[in-house]
Design a protein around this ligand. Structure first.
Ligand code: ASP
Ligand code: MG
Length: 421
């Protein structure tokens, strides 16, 4: 059995859906679970509808709703021609639920967020499942909220593995053996109490990996608009090399440093069961792609680059002329952990502590004001963190060129440079 994951870009138009349907049809001869994200930029558009609390309604609700509806209606009209009645019935029901959520929010922003944003995946999978049936590719639509169970941490649900495994054993496995092909949602789940939760932005890869783990899949495939894992983001780099094989641990390191090709939590469950993770192009589905698996080396051996924009460098100095000793570090890290800020790079000296973090509103709303009680804070914004695995001195010279370097660190394998964007 295999688990496929199709992201938003692979289903962002009627043509894209036809293309993904052809890939699914080709592989549906064996048991297959297909995990799908929301179409195109739907999640971003749904985010615009989330009210902060009962008295704070977002601007332009009617316009945003119309935009989301028309986008899906157009895709449906193109895919189903005159046979749209059943699809319209089902997606209109979802739109009605969406409007209900938008108009009657609770006080909890994160809760509202998950109830509203989850509709994107329900829409995409409803349309795709009906389209495949319409084309004679029989499949079963599964509401993944009945399978993947989390705690009630809205927007970042923590998976309850035991319950999820039990739901997979008692329901999903039977559905797969009856139907052969399952179409279901990425990103969304439900709490033990039954409310909708999500696994964090870009969480569909993780959904697929949870299912692959619980189903003991032979392989997981992520279908993307790139030929596979590249050694650098083509947005930042003119000459990229496709990587054929990446060991699991290397993939985890890369995700940790911010490689955007794969959601950070995705690899671990697969590694635990040694399930290979293939990254393949939905544009050229016959080509080889890349695979993350049990291996000793990156193949081919080449430097790997990760660029992270919008970084802030905070310089933190004790106000009382004490040194940056363990108790101060404990205070600083404690605050960052409380607020949920991830540290990308650190350096300390006797009198100051420097930390590179993502530019996030919580840095200015919460972290700095809290730390300012005990520390003097200086900061630089608009920086870029460049991480190079398997660097050479020549590569570092080329990257530094004439740029101002704010922080620099080299270990045996990894070099990190914090510079201007
Ligand atoms: N649709 C969700 C998002 O855009 C989940 C995903 O695409 O992985 O974040
Ligand atoms: Mg997406």
């Amino acid at each position: 059995m295999k688990v496929f994951k199709f992201g938003g870009a692979s289903v962002n138009s009627a043509d894209a859906v036809r293309n993904m349907a052809a890939i699914v049809k080709q592989h549906a001869t064996d048991p297959l679970v297909v995990v799908v994200s929301a179409m195109g930029k739907t999640t971003n558009n749904l985010e615009l509808l989330v009210p902060h609390h009962q008295t704070h309604t977002p601007k332009n609700i009617p316009e945003t709703l119309t935009k989301i509806k028309n986008y899906h209606y157009n895709i449906v009209d193109e895919l189903f021609e005159n046979d749209t009645q059943e699809v319209y019935k089902q997606i209109n029901l979802l739109f009605a639920q969406l409007e209900e959520q938008v108009m009657h929010p609770s006080f909890d922003y994160n809760y509202n967020y998950d109830q509203i944003v989850s509709v994107g995946e329900l829409l995409s999978t409803t349309i795709i499942s009906l389209y495949l049936n319409h084309k004679g590719v029989n499949n079963t639509w599964v509401d993944i909220r009945t399978v993947i169970k989390t705690d009630a941490t809205y927007r970042e649900g923590k998976v309850d593995w035991e319950m999820t495994q039990s739901c997979v054993n008692h329901s999903l496995k039977n559905i797969i053996s009856d139907s052969g092909l399952v179409i279901t949602q990425g990103f969304i789940a439900s709490s033990v109490q039954g409310t909708t939760t999500t696994l964090g932005r870009e969480g569909s890869d993780y959904s697929a990996s949870i299912l692959a783990y619980c189903l003991d899949a032979s392989d997981m495939v992520i279908w993307k608009d790139v030929p596979g894992f590249l050694n650098a983001d083509p947005k930042f780099f003119a000459n990229t090399t496709k990587i054929n094989t990446i060991p699991y641990n290397e993939a985890i390191e890369l995700a940790y440093y911010g490689a955007s090709i794969i959601h950070p939590k995705t690899v671990k469950p697969l590694q635990n069961k040694e399930i290979p993770l293939h990254v393949k192009s939905f544009v050229t589905p016959q080509s080889e792609g890349s695979v993350i698996k049990n291996a000793s080396y990156v193949d081919p051996e080449t430097p790997l680059y990760i660029f992270k924009n919008n970084q802030i460098l905070l310089s933190i100095m004790p106000k009382d002329f004490s040194f940056i000793a363990e108790d101060n570090l404990q205070k600083i890290f404690g605050e960052m952990a409380n607020i949920g800020i991830k540290v990308n790079m650190i350096q300390n000296s006797a009198l100051s502590f420097s930390v590179c973090i993502d530019d996030h509103h919580l840095v200015f709303d919460k972290l700095i004001p809290t730390l300012q009680k005990d520390f003097a804070i200086r900061y630089n914004k608009g920086l870029q963190l460049i991480t190079i695995r398997y660097y050479t001195p020549k590569i570092i010279n080329e990257i530094v060129n004439h740029r101002k370097i704010y922080l620099e660190q080299h270990s045996r394998i990894t070099a990190q440079l914090l510079t201007e964007m």
